[in-house]
Design a protein around this ligand. Structure first.
Ligand SMILES: [Zn+2]
Length: 465
């Protein structure tokens, strides 16, 4: 099989250099959330820029995040590079990834130091091995291999490698707007996700959106004596509990009016793929540390965590929580609610529906302040999109079996990529569920890395065809 793959010979011949390169990059502790690591984040960006230049990309430069609008005193630079000689008829592809990493504590749980990469049992252990330096490196090496073999690429190619992903990409959308002309493209390839298992290749086709709210409830100017006032005045803690209880019905459906109106049915192909996904319920429950599963009636756990919208109570506080008892009627309470959205729900409509729902459920004499805490729209690339066909063929050729389609339950900057650049987003990701993202002993399974490199090359050829 691998003999027919365009980069098989390259990967074999260059393996030692590529692993050395990976190790050198992983030694740079580019933790974006630690201000004192800002020089390391910059060193990581410069390292990435050097890789792009050595690969044969041009116009390589660091792009400083446009921080002025929203503050931020230790910006992590993004890295850009391109190769634009495939001609105006050829597709233009943007590859997205990030070079910053998560913090490493608790340090004592690492079996080897997080910034001293090692390969043990076929896996590279280090912070950033799979999230995301390793996944960026196989994209760069795929471009380098094709350029080395042919002196040209089948597509016009642009890299944008972010330096602030692990702190929530605070300036990335502004950066996309600022650089929209330079990043103009026909398709985006995101290299920062995973697949179901080494022998069950899969493609993420969408991500959920997110809206969240901080709700403060006030019933009085002060906590009141329960013996004097109790039983006659509104109780803020009880109002909060009533709101929480009213948020779902007996089928565990969210009760906001119109909440499900725009939820798009799965296509037949996506539903078939969903039904074919293996699901280890006991393992899922063990990973979560729970003894029972709950959720919207009529849907599987996989659907509830990927293709269905949800509402979670993130926090519920109010009244007295100290030792013993205090005889009061609490005057204030707070709720934090987070809703995950799916195509084609719109954050602004759900926000308006939530605010109206809270107002409609308040008893007389109770006031509520609802503060929206950011919003991300859901994203989806249809499985029948021609670009998706190219990714399916690339993965099938490398893994020898057709990929399943999955959706990520999380939310991320990928939505902004597709929206601002006006292009379909493809997720080529080879991470495995056990790769310990953001946790001690993060790893990259090296057999997956090499397949990622091969698939990245096949995908560029497919997108150029
Ligand atoms: Zn990542």
């Amino acid at each position: 099989m691998s003999g027919e793959l365009r980069l098989a010979g390259y990967a074999k011949a260059e393996a030692e250099r590529i692993v050395t390169t990976l190790f050198d990059w992983l030694r740079i502790p580019s933790i974006s959330s630690h201000p004192e690591r800002a020089p390391d984040v910059r060193a990581s960006a410069e390292f990435c820029a050097r890789l792009l230049t050595e690969a044969g990309l041009e116009n390589v430069t660091l792009i400083e995040p446009p921080v002025a609008a929203s503050g931020g005193d230790h910006p992590g630079p993004a890295v850009y590079g391109d190769w634009l000689h495939a001609g105006p008829e050829a597709a233009t592809v943007v590859v997205y990834g990030h070079h910053d990493v998560q913090p490493v504590d608790p340090l004592e749980l690492w079996t080897s130091p997080p910034f001293s990469p090692v390969i043990v049992d076929g896996e590279c252990r280090a912070r950033g091995a799979v999230d995301d330096k390793g996944q960026v490196l196989y994209e760069i090496e795929a471009a380098r291999g094709l350029l080395a073999a042919n002196g040209a690429l089948p597509v016009n190619l642009k890299f944008i490698i972010e330096g602030e992903e692990e702190i929530g990409s605070p300036h990335f959308e502004a950066l996309l707007h600022q650089e929209a002309a330079r990043l103009a493209c026909d398709v985006v390839v995101v290299s920062d996700t995973g697949m179901i298992a080494p022998d069950v290749p899969s493609i993420t086709v969408g991500m959920r959106g997110l809206v969240a709210f901080d709700v403060t409830l006030v019933t009085s100017t002060t906590d009141l004596h329960s013996g004097i006032f109790g039983g006659t005045v509104p109780n803020a803690a009880r109002v909060a509990a009533d709101l929480v209880a009213a948020l779902h019905d007996a089928q565990e459906r969210v009760t906001l009016p119109g909440f499900y109106d725009r939820v798009r049915d799965l296509s037949a192909a996506e539903q078939a793929s969903m039904d074919a996904q293996p699901f280890d319920e006991a393992g899922f429950m063990a990973a979560a540390g729970v003894k029972a599963l709950v959720g919207e009636a009529g849907f599987t756990a996989i659907e509830r965590t990927s293709t269905r919208p949800t509402a979670e109570v993130v926090g519920l506080t109010g009244g007295y929580g100290g030792p013993g008892i205090k005889t009061i009627v609490p005057a204030t309470a707070n709720l934090k609610i987070a809703l995950r959205l799916v195509p084609d729900q719109r954050p602004e409509e759900i926000t308006a529906a939530f605010e109206a729902w809270v107002a409609a459920h308040l008893p007389p004499g109770v006031s509520a302040t609802v503060v929206p805490e950011g919003g991300v729209a859901p994203a989806l690339t249809p499985v029948d999109h021609p670009a998706m066909g190219a990714l399916v063929r690339a993965i099938e050729r490398v893994w020898g079996t057709a990929p399943l389609f999955t959706r990520s339950g999380g939310s991320g900057p990928e939505e902004a990529l597709g929206r601002v650049l006006g292009a379909p987003v493809l997720f080529l990701g080879i991470a495995l569920p056990d790769d310990r993202f953001h946790a001690p002993n993060e790893r990259m399974v090296m057999s997956q890395f090499w397949k990622g490199l091969l698939a990245a090359g096949e995908l560029l050829v497919e997108l150029g065809g």
